[in-house]
Design a binder for this molecule. Sequence first.
Ligand code: ZN
Length: 416
Amino acid sequence: MILPKYSLGIGDRFGRQGRAQLAALVQAQARGVEVTPVWNKSNREHQITRTRPDSVRAEAESAVTALGWRGPYHVDADHITLKTVDPFISCSDFFTIDVADFVGQSAPEADIQDFVTRHRRYATARTIPGMEGALATSPRDIAAIARKYLQAAQEAGDIFRHIEAAKGRDRFVIEVSVDETDEPQTPADLFFILAAIADERIPAQTIAPKFTGHFNKGIDYVGNVAQFERQFNDDIAVIAFAIQEFGLPANLKLSVHSGSDKFSIYGPMAHALRKHDAGLHLKTAGTTWLEEVAGLALAGGDSLRLVQEIYAQAYERIDELCAPYAAVIDIDRTRLPQPGTVRAWSSSEYVAALRHDQESPAYNPHLRQLLHVGFKVAAEMGAEYLQALDASTEVIGRLVTQNLLERHIMRVFLEP
Ligand SMILES: [Zn+2]
């Protein structure tokens, strides 16, 4: 099973926007770019929304049928571990193996030395086609990288073999993610992580490193764009080289997590993809939920009151809601409006604060991030929330489609 060159992770917290999401890819196709939809939902999200993994497969199939989509599509068991993977196995054909918890746990010293010996030929300053500068590593550097990542790669191998034993060979796509770590990975780290993945015989088709800078949920990139651009280019070059050196799948590509709304780096990313003729998987789950909230605010009346209430409860429960996402949000609490203020807002005031328009003085990234993690409040509202979604399907769907197409797909995959 081969993942095509361009793919988009389109998670959907409440499983209602599959058609609107797919409509964006249909329109992208009409404009000349094929992007494969991958519906992803993590165990963490399933727990918060109290849904089962097979609901994502059902949503994907229903959208594909409704829109007559003939291209490939996938259902991604996002951020799974050996402990959480089992309920995802039958209904998923894409697995994002998350081994970030094992990063920094050192493998046995004999394994480290064995790894260094096997990869000793890379212990020179070596130029890689397409990479700025050289991949400079000494045996000591390789050992340090192995101490940090080898155990994680071995764990990924165990998870991969567990899935393969259940599903059979070549029946699914594998991504390895190390994005939710404290430290970003350098191109040299990535190269030896890929060596370790190849040693484990994991046919990874996507790899999600942690890039330099902050990839906070639902808001723009925070960091040095030039530094990111260089790293992104170097990572692409390293992947192409690792494919040749280690016999990894020829379509192996980068996966960018928390990839929605990173407007300031989409231009450099688009440029790098064209320059290297490289593929990309971009995960954009949270942005769709925020469009739902915006759509409900726009709908006014009871729907506006509902999203005002979601904000009020999220404000009261900020510690609890932020805890699972601590690494990927950055909220300045002094910049959050009081719930009473938000309760008095009109539709357009609410939408102006929430919508990711950096030109607008009313845009509030702190409120946006709080609402991003506030989907738990909506989940607890249960039927009341879902009925509100159903009552405003059209207005929400329009926002969801437009957001994915114009603000994400076009800027990353279609930029001339
Ligand atoms: Zn992730």
